[in-house]
Structures are given as C-alpha cells and as structure tokens.
Ligand binder design. Structure first.
Ligand SMILES: NC(=O)C1=CN([C@@H]2O[C@H](COP(=O)(O)OP(=O)(O)OC[C@H]3O[C@@H](n4cnc5c(N)ncnc54)[C@H](OP(=O)(O)O)[C@@H]3O)[C@@H](O)[C@H]2O)C=CC1
Ligand SMILES: O=C([O-])C1=[NH+]CCC1
Length: 317
C-alpha cells in the first residue's frame, strides 16, 4: 500500500472532512481558479481525462474513476465514486466516494479521504460559481428539484451567498421534501408538482437521479438560470429538448458533456462555453438570456478540495 521508507497514508474520514470544510464556500477561490485552469488547455496545467465509468449492470450501479493533476495547486488525486439506483429500503447512500491524495513529487500515497462530503460540497460550490455569473439580475426565487444529499449542499451555499424572497422545493417523494423544509435553517415552500415549483423561479437547481426529463422548457421563466446537476449518463435526462435548445448552454467540460450528458447528446443542443472560459473572461456570461449550466463533476474539483482539506488537517486547524 505504501513504499518502504515513506510515511503510511493517513485516513481522513467524513467527520474530519466536514470539520475542515464546514462551509462549501471555503472552496470558491480554489474552484474558480481550477475551472479557469482547466479551460486554458495545456497552459492551465490541468491533466484530467474524461472519467472512466464501469457499469455494474447486475446491481444497477456504476463505478467512476476520476484522476487529475493540477500543476497550479500541485495536487494529484484520484476519486473513486460509486452511484447506484436508489433502493427504497436501503440505508446506504446512492453515491459513495473516496479520494486518494498522492505526493506529486514521488507518487507516494499521502492520504485517503472520505469523498462523499467533498463531492456534495464541491458540486454545490461549482453550481454557485455558475449562478453568480449566469443568473438574472434581481433573482428572488430559488427552486430546487430533488431532496437528497445535493439538495442540502446546494441549499446551504446558495442561501449563504445569495438572498432570496422565496425558496421552493419539489421532490418525487413528498415526505422527503417536507423533511428537507423542516430541517434547513430558513423558510422553504414545499410544492406538490415540479411545474408549481418552477413557475416564476429565477434560479433552478435539478439534483435528482431522474433518467427522463423532470424539467420542461415550457415552464421556465425567460431569463432564468438552471444548474442541471443530475443525469450524468449518456442516456439519462433531467431537462427536455425544448429547454436545452432554447437556452444558452454552459458546461464544466466540453469533452465530458459530449461523452456523458444525455441532456446534451440527445437534445443536440450546442455548447456555448465552458464555465472556466466565463470565469477567465474569454466567453461572455449572457445573464439576460435563459442559461443552463450542465454540471457533470470534474476530477480537478476533487483534487483542489482534497488538498484544501489535507492542508487544513496537516496544519492542525
Ligand atoms: N454534477 C456533479 O458534479 C454531481 C452530480 N451528482 C448527481 O446529482 C444527483 C443527485 O445526487 P444526490 O443528491 O447525491 O442523490 P440522492 O440519492 O441523495 O438523491 C436523489 C434524489 O433524486 C430523486 N429521484 C430519484 N429518482 C428520481 C426520478 N426517477 N425522478 C425524479 N426524482 C428522482 C430522489 O427522490 P426520492 O426521495 O423520491 O427517492 C432524491 O430526491 C444525481 O443524479 C447525482 O448523480 C452527484 C454528485 C456530483
Ligand atoms: O462528479 C461526481 O462525483 C459525480 N458526478 C455524477 C455522479 C458522481
């Protein structure tokens, strides 16, 4: 497991990761830089292949392998993430992840970190970066579709960074939406249908494991911004063709979107820009238009998040 002469790797479990990453917003500067570096090609110093995904057909699951090196951060990691169709009777989360952090100077394994908290927080932080850049001015209504792990992490950072007059939630299983509304620190309107939740919303977050559309262009207020976070398989959808084709489409990675995103591939929608290009200022944000940020999740986001946690842990914070 570790080379003779080098220190054994440390294990940093979920509680410790949570302690060092108590607010996802702590990651914003590092993630903004990582997105910009990723979208700068070789000059940006990010080496990150499109993730390898192994289907576990027999059990309705997938194993994703996500390696990355960021020269700017000198961070070398790989995340292993499993995601499984949710079984109603299961107490096991649908997504489970581990991040391996290596010493980039010699390849020694330095740390094994719980990756589930990192995945929840860095994904929400990237959606927040997209929202800051792409949302309409005077956004007042936030709508979340889904009530799982990502719904909570998105709620936390969105209500920390932005001010809303109203926050709405819809979930396939209404009791979970009610539980969500009762457990977060602020008023949340539970809606009985996705259409009711979406109508008039300025910012929409889709965080479901749906495989067919749950959000339709017909319902969406012109000028709204959508963070489409679920549907990470080439035959899965959260958004319908109308919404995909009539919005300005931003992605985290062009290569990943054209390989993994059913919403992008099956709709044939044209990608306008990577989010990193907007962060760098080489592509405009167009906040006056209806915008979709199709997020698939990138290994470099895990790399900078894991390094942040490891550095904080090492410093004894
Ligand atoms: N872009 C990125 O970087 C990342 C994306 N993701 C994706 O985000 C999504 C949410 O992840 P997470 O919160 O961890 O998952 P959870 O399992 O915690 O929550 C899943 C949510 O999806 C709902 N759901 C499941 N199936 C359907 C369906 N067919 N139609 C409508 N709603 C459905 C569930 O509703 P119910 O309560 O009724 O079961 C639940 O609210 C997933 O698609 C995941 O792959 C995750 C990590 C990173
Ligand atoms: O980036 C990520 O970890 C994932 N994206 C979709 C499933 C898991």
């Amino acid at each position: 497991m570790f080379a003779m002469g080098s220190a054994p790797p440390v294990f940093i479990g979920a509680e410790e990761v949570e302690k060092h990453l108590h607010r996802a917003s702590l990651l914003l500067p590092a993630l903004e830089a990582a997105l910009a570096n990723f979208s700068s090609g070789s000059a940006g110093g990010v080496a990150q292949p499109v993730r390898t995904v192994v289907p576990v057909h027999r059990h309705g699951g997938f194993l994703g392998v996500m390696p990355a090196y960021s020269a700017a951060d000198d961070a070398l990691t790989t995340k292993l993430v499993t995601f499984y169709e949710h079984k109603k009777d299961s107490s096991v989360p649908s997504h489970q992840a581990t991040v391996l952090l290596f010493d980039p100077r010699n390849g020694s394994l330095k740390a094994v970190l719980d990756g589930s908290v990192i995945t929840a927080k860095r994904t929400a932080a990237v959606s927040a970066i997209a929202t800051k850049l792409l949302m309409p001015p005077f956004a007042e209504v936030l709508c979340i579709l889904g009530a799982g792990v990502q719904a909570y992490s998105h709620y936390d950072i969105f209500t920390e960074l932005f001010t809303f007059k109203e926050v709405r939630i819809w979930n396939r299983t209404k009791e979970k939406a009610v539980k969500f509304a009762n457990s977060v620190n602020g008023p949340v309107q539970v809606c009985s249908s996705a259409q009711e939740a979406v109508t008039g919303a300025d910012i929409i977050v889709t965080v479901t494991m749906a495989t067919t559309p749950i959000l339709f262009g017909d319902w969406v207020k012109p000028g709204a911004h959508i963070n489409a976070v679920g549907a990470s398989r080439p035959d899965w959808r959260e958004l319908d063709d109308e919404l995909m084709k009539n919005s300005v489409l931003f992605v985290d990675s062009r290569d990943a979107a054209l390989t993994e995103s059913g919403d992008v591939i099956l709709s044939g929608a044209e990608i306008f820009a990577e989010l990193g290009e907007v962060v760098k200022g080489t592509k405009p944000a167009l906040p006056e238009k209806t915008t979709v940020f199709k997020s698939l999740g990138m290994a470099v986001e895990d790399a900078v998040a894991a390094k942040f946690v490891y550095d904080s842990w090492s410093a004894g914070n």
